[in-house]
Design a protein around this ligand. Structure first.
Ligand code: IPE
Ligand code: IPE
Ligand code: MG
Length: 260
């Protein structure tokens, strides 16, 4: 087609994008709400589980891309506290896929220097899943590459509630005075202790909501909502979201750093 012939070869275009990215540091922490597996499958007349299966492949791509793009922390929302409301068969599929992912991919993640962290409520999980998650964290604890934070059985409000109980117990035991509870104390009592707040939150599938994700931590995150369903998420979508992030002006309540 004429318009195609007139366009530069695609490798030139992608090199140009890559070099413009290289000039700016990647956001240190990208958090992704992986949404749209079910709709991806429905559009193809496939069962929802097929969308979830393809979603696991998108997770592998996202991890590779995050490493390539120089992201330090990648958080992925795998299963929310509210996802128990789905039919038992779908919940079982999602649990099965998590197990498969950890069993199949842990060695590879470890070989790539990935450090795995799990956030969310472990109490509500079956012992075999809790054990696998524990193993993933333990085996990769000393790695120094990308930190992959998996939010599983996670809800932001539930996390804050657990932190509040923990702090209340410290006060009740006389280990802490109420006046000593500050931003840092609260942050340290959350599952994400030691992890910097997300700079960029990406949600796929065109939905514009947080769905109880990182409620405390995303107070000043930039949000980029992309129309692609999660199984279609790839390096180009990831890079475009980061490009969009770089066009934003983060002020944190102060004045703009950008000229003009
Ligand atoms: C994301 O896809 C996966 C999980 C929430 C576990 P969905 O299953 O939410 O897919 P849609 O939103 O119904 O299309
Ligand atoms: C958010 O997606 C949870 C995960 C991505 C794991 P949902 O599909 O569960 O969110 P809602 O129900 O549309 O808000
Ligand atoms: Mg959804």
């Amino acid at each position: 087609m004429a318009s195609r012939e007139g366009a530069p070869p695609s490798f030139t275009a992608s090199e140009a994008t890559a070099s413009s990215l290289d000039r700016q540091a990647a956001p240190a922490h990208v958090a992704i709400i992986m949404d749209g597996n079910g709709r991806w499958a429905a559009r193809r007349g496939l069962p929802r589980v097929e969308g979830h299966r393809r979603g696991v492949e998108a997770v592998r791509r996202a991890v590779r891309s995050a490493i390539e793009l120089g992201v330090t922390y990648l958080t992925i929302y795998g299963f929310s506290s509210e996802n128990w409301r789905r039919p038992p068969a779908e919940v079982a599929d999602l649990m099965g896929l998590l197990k498969l992912f950890v069993r199949r991919d842990l060695t590879d993640l470890h070989a790539h220097g990935v450090r795995v962290r799990i956030i969310g409520d472990r109490e509500g999980l079956s012992p075999d899943i809790a054990g696998l998650l524990e193993e993933a964290e333990e085996r990769t604890r000393l790695n120094t590459g990308l930190t992959l934070v998996v939010a599983f059985n996670y809800g932001g409000r539930q996390e804050i509630l657990r932190a509040m109980r923990q702090l209340a117990e410290a006060v009740a035991d006389g280990r802490m005075r109420p006046g000593e509870i500050g931003m840092e104390t609260v942050a340290a009592a959350l599952d994400t202790t030691g992890i910097p707040d997300p700079d960029l939150v990406i949600r796929t599938s065109g939905e514009h909501r947080l769905s109880n994700f990182l409620t405390w931590q995303t107070a000043y995150a930039e949000y980029v909502m992309v129309p692609e369903f999660w199984p279609d998420f790839d390096h180009d979508v990831f890079r475009a979201a980061i490009d969009e992030y770089h066009r934003r002006d983060r002020r944190f309540g102060g004045l703009s750093d950008k000229a003009g």
